[in-house]
Design a protein around this ligand. Structure first.
Ligand SMILES: C[S@@+](CC[C@H](N)C(=O)[O-])C[C@H]1O[C@@H](n2cnc3c(N)ncnc32)[C@H](O)[C@@H]1O
Length: 364
């Protein structure tokens, strides 16, 4: 893996800086976004995942929780308690404010920390007095560290467990290196109950690579000059993806720049799904499902409650839906995954339709 020069900011700082700088828009500004329906669709997908897999009284860890966009969704699921962690400390503060402004009915803890970095010695105060920073009955607590605190488990009380860990639109940043992916999985699993759920959304690497292979080569004499595209770049008026290196790609560090109008502009990494699956199994997780948003939508929108939600969340509104360009940027570019920690004891009560989708190989 190529290492960055000492003067260049590390990718974690770049990502944190990008998300910290994103303005916290109010409802009215949000309504004006060019990609409002795409955002609503992404929120619908997350709502369906949460409604389907999260049961009443679950303890939830939301890793990469950002500005707390899912706080109300967890409230609707009637969870027992919540821990949200994110590398972007400004986002964490905004999540706390959101929580405080509209209390969702469960106690929450918010932590500003890099959940993917390689473990290094943990400051003694967090090991000897973890109770100082975790008070389940207090509404919100922030740990904002000037050092980089990397391991989640020591920050939680020894008996803290999670029934469900959610990673929405954020896991792929950990595929920069194997060490980061492993640290991410350590944090996902270290406090997870047997039979706990692991749900999330990631870029659909298989589709991205196929799309890249379809980009006309630079200087293709068969094309008129105006149509000769930048090599290694594709997209539409809403999003673009630009790779720095051509294939072959390795399992980690497959970097591309993702630009989504009005939302994202930073380096991301392909998640090679078979690698993710085999790594996860080392941490006691079985990844059961990976399916593109389109397919997930087609399956889940058949259930009447989720079909109604499409309207309520204004994915369809006054006869209008997403544009084709928005569909490409959301429906094709992203996938849902579902995992479960190996069952040591049988649990029941969750309807599991994951197997119906099957798991596909990446870069096939
Ligand atoms: C696209 S946002 C998604 C936020 C939220 N999950 C949602 O769906 O609204 C991606 C988030 O991943 C966070 N992130 C990226 N790298 C991280 C890391 N190393 N540790 C914790 N959070 C990280 C970013 O700061 C950002 O808030």
């Amino acid at each position: 893996m190529a290492s960055s020069s000492s003067s260049a900011p590390d990718s974690g700082s770049l990502v944190a800086g990008h998300y910290n700088d994103r303005p916290n828009v109010d409802v009215h500004q949000r309504e004006e976004s060019k990609i409002l329906r795409l955002k609503n669709f992404n929120n619908w997908t997350k709502s369906v995942l949460i409604a389907h897999y999260c049961k009443r009284d679950y303890s939830v860890l939301d890793m990469g929780c950002g500005k707390g966009g899912d706080i109300q969704k967890w409230g609707l699921a009637k969870i027992k308690e919540y821990v949200g962690a994110d590398i972007a400390d400004v986002s964490i503060k905004q999540a706390q404010e959101r929580y405080r402004d509209r209390p969702p009915g469960y106690p929450a803890t918010f932590l500003a920390l890099d959940c993917y970095s390689v473990r290094f010695p943990i400051p003694a105060q967090f090991i000897t007095h973890p109770q100082n920073i975790f008070h389940p009955m207090s509404p919100y607590i922030s740990l904002h560290s000037s050092f980089r605190q990397n391991s989640l488990a020591p920050l939680l009380p020894p008996n803290q467990t999670f029934d469900l860990v959610s990673m929405q639109f954020c896991l792929h940043y950990s595929f920069e290196t194997e060490a980061k992916a492993r640290q991410m999985l350590t944090n996902v699993t270290s406090n997870m109950v047997s039979g706990g759920w692991f749900i999330g959304t990631i870029p659909e690497a298989n589709w991205i690579v196929k799309r890249l292979r379809g980009v006309p080569r630079e200087g293709d004499p068969a094309l008129p000059e105006a149509e000769r595209t930048e090599p290694l770049k594709f997209g539409n008026s809403i999003y673009s993806i630009r790779f720095e290196q051509p294939e072959p790609f390795g399992k980690f560090g497959c970097k591309y720049w993702f630009h989504l109008e009005d939302a994202v502009d930073c380096p991301e990494y392909l998640v090679h799904f078979p690698t993710f699956q085999s790594l996860a199994s080392e941490y006691g997780l079985e990844l059961r499902l990976k399916t593109g948003f389109h397919e997930f939508y087609k399956t889940m929108a058949c259930e009447s409650e989720f079909a109604l939600l499409l309207k309520r969340m204004k994915v369809y509104d006054r006869g209008e839906s997403m544009s084709e360009e928005e569909w490409e940027a959301a429906g094709e570019c992203y996938a849902v995954f579902i995992g479960r920690s190996f069952l040591r004891t049988r649990v029941s009560g969750v309807k599991d339709s994951a197997r119906a989708f099957g798991v596909k190989d990446e870069f096939a």
